[in-house]
Design a protein around this ligand. Structure first.
Ligand SMILES: Cc1cc2nc3c(=O)[nH]c(=O)nc-3n(C[C@H](O)[C@H](O)[C@H](O)COP(=O)(O)O)c2cc1C
Length: 192
């Protein structure tokens, strides 16, 4: 018979993100963040390619990223409302970890599997932060998919992409529960 980890299962059955705009200081310091990154690095990775890396964005870097986001959104011809949105996660941010997908050349592991692994790292980091008692939220935003932003804001190489920004901080209000999927509607059971 299995030996259940009841606390871990209960966490997974009840976990939920906290909206980034509601997160405030204090945020995890270096010593508090390293175990969360370590947990995130313990993610399934076909072929041990490590097709990801982290960039920790501290409070002092947020204004610069907001300005780069604004300038790149303007270059894309976005309306004022979208420009303000591109800025907002950095204007309001206190600590975020950019999870960077780093595609590695491989004859065996297709690019899609490396992308899935980078997404799994995002969830692992989000869950580690939530399990540690922090509020956390996985954001992208259209600007994260802009090559000029990736290069100017974070110095990414052409084969690197932003899998997500994981904002981490102190929760100030409990969000309402969001609708969750009807598992019976999305699950097929194949028995022969
Ligand atoms: C790849 C990815 C990108 C996301 N980007 C955003 C975003 O830019 N803005 C936003 O409001 N929510 C975004 N979300 C959704 C939030 O993370 C949302 O809070 C989350 O899905 C709530 O899920 P949870 O409560 O199960 O953790 C994104 C989710 C994923 C998976």
């Amino acid at each position: 018979m299995p030996d259940p980890n009841a606390a871990a299962l209960e966490f997974l059955l009840t976990r939920r993100s906290r909206p980034a705009k509601t997160l405030q200081p204090p945020v995890p310091d270096h010593d508090a963040l390293v175990p969360l990154l370590t947990a995130a690095g313990r993610t399934p990775d076909h072929g041990k390619l490590e097709p990801w890396r982290f960039i920790v964005i501290e409070a002092g870097a947020m204004a610069r990223l907001a300005n780069v986001a604004e300038s790149c959104a303007r270059s894309l011809g976005k309306p004022d409302e979208d420009i303000a949105k591109a800025r907002s996660q950095f204007d309001q941010g206190h600590l975020a970890v950019a999870v960077i997908e780093v595609q590695k050349p491989s004859e065996k592991i297709p690019p899609a599997e490396q992308t899935y692994s980078a997404g799994a790292v995002c969830l692992a980091l989000l869950n580690a932060a939530l399990a540690a008692g922090w509020g956390a939220n996985w954001l992208s935003g259209f600007i994260s998919h802009d090559a000029a932003f990736r290069e100017k804001a974070l110095g990414l190489a052409p084969h690197e992409r932003i899998a997500g920004f994981i904002h981490i901080g102190t929760e100030t209000s409990a969000p309402p529960e969001r609708p969750r999927p009807d598992i019976s509607a999305i699950t097929s059971w194949v028995s022969e």
